[in-house]
Design a protein around this ligand. Structure first.
Ligand code: ADP
Length: 206
């Protein structure tokens, strides 16, 4: 690990893909391979627990002051579910805050002690957050497979994964450094993760 001061800072990796593509599974695999990992869903959850963020969202969406926790997320989800403009307003508040939290985490001692950091970030492209990363990994799968894996999990926090400005799949592929079609077994996904970690750590010309 990077205990030596002369060593380079960790490679900052973004892990993106649609709902049910296998991002969370891949994130755990990256962690098992020595990466420091962060889920942006968790960041959003934490942000929604903050009073100041609640107040901003409520004012911008023109809804009642938010309840905390699950109830608060339900309030937001109801407001943005069918209303593109409300979703954009929510994103305009959340995306910059998420970017700040990610940058702070990347600079933390825990992250800095790993050879690479991986942030699971479904809305990477839509939020324009690519500049915060050195490499982009896209995990993808056909819609039918994603739906069957995801099953009934579309819930009240789904807005966290559903950006209003969805880029076409082809453009996401073109803007990613590593693309994996997760149609095989979990072991094959793990093999991709292992190879990607080796490639990223091995190609330290940054
Ligand atoms: P995401 O985080 O992109 O929404 P998940 O990692 O939660 O996706 O994966 C969705 C579901 O599919 C999970 O139950 C996971 O265990 C399963 N899964 C992921 N990859 C595979 C795979 N290659 N083969 C079989 N099941 C998989």
């Amino acid at each position: 690990m990077n205990s030596d001061n002369n060593q380079q800072p960790p490679v900052r990796v973004a892990l993106t893909g649609g709902i049910g593509s296998g991002k969370s599974t891949a994130l755990l695999m990256f962690a098992a391979r020595g990466a420091a990992v962060l889920s942006s869903d968790r960041v959003v959850h934490e942000l929604l627990e903050r009073e100041d963020v609640h107040a901003k969202i409520a004012a911008s969406l023109g809804i009642e002051p938010l309840l905390s926790g699950e109830e608060g997320r339900r309030q937001i989800a109801e407001s943005v579910f069918t209303d593109e403009l409300q979703l954009t307003r929510l994103e305009d508040i959340l995306f910059p805050l998420v970017a700040v939290e990610i940058a702070a985490w990347q600079a933390s001692a825990q992250a800095m002690s790993a050879p690479l950091t991986v942030v699971e970030l479904p809305m990477l492209f839509e939020a324009g957050m690519e500049s915060g990363f050195d490499r982009v990994v896209l995990v993808t799968a056909p819609t039918e497979i994603r739906q069957s894996r995801h099953e009934g999990r579309v819930g009240i926090t789904d807005f966290e994964q559903r950006a209003s400005r969805q880029l076409p799949e082809s453009e996401k592929r073109a803007r990613s450094d590593y693309v994996y079609d997760n149609t095989g077994s979990p072991e094959e996904l793990d093999g991709f993760v292992a190879a990607t970690v080796a490639a990223i750590i091995g190609s330290e010309e940054r």
